[in-house]
Design a protein around this ligand. Structure first.
Ligand code: ZN
Length: 102
């Protein structure tokens, strides 16, 4: 005859473990929510001065520029796109990026 197994030989131990697991899961959900809120609060904010970044297109490459400190931020792959800008245009492109030429 198969023996019916209790969740734990000690009932208090079973409930303590269950409560600990529930608290761990709740803590993980709260940490994830806090992380998401923190990330959202930084979205499109300049990491240097906190200004609101504006998406701007230069030579068909979308870049994010801070209107407050003129910082420029590139997303993944944008640096590689910039490398493809014709060599003759690079100097003018970099100057236009920083508002030095127009
Ligand atoms: Zn800035």
């Amino acid at each position: 005859m198969p023996s019916e197994r209790k969740p734990s030989p000690n009932e208090d131990e079973f409930f303590a473990k269950r409560d600990a697991d529930l608290m761990k899961a709740q803590r993980a959900r709260l940490d994830a929510a806090r992380d998401a809120e923190e990330r959202h609060s930084h979205y499109m904010k300049c990491p240097k001065c906190g200004g609101l970044l504006r998406a701007t297109v230069f030579h068909h490459v979308k870049i994010d520029r801070c209107p407050d400190c003129n910082g420029v931020w590139l997303d993944a792959g944008e640096m590689e796109q910039l490398e493809k800008v014709r060599e003759g245009k690079v100097d003018g492109f970099v100057k236009s990026l920083f508002g030095l030429a127009r």
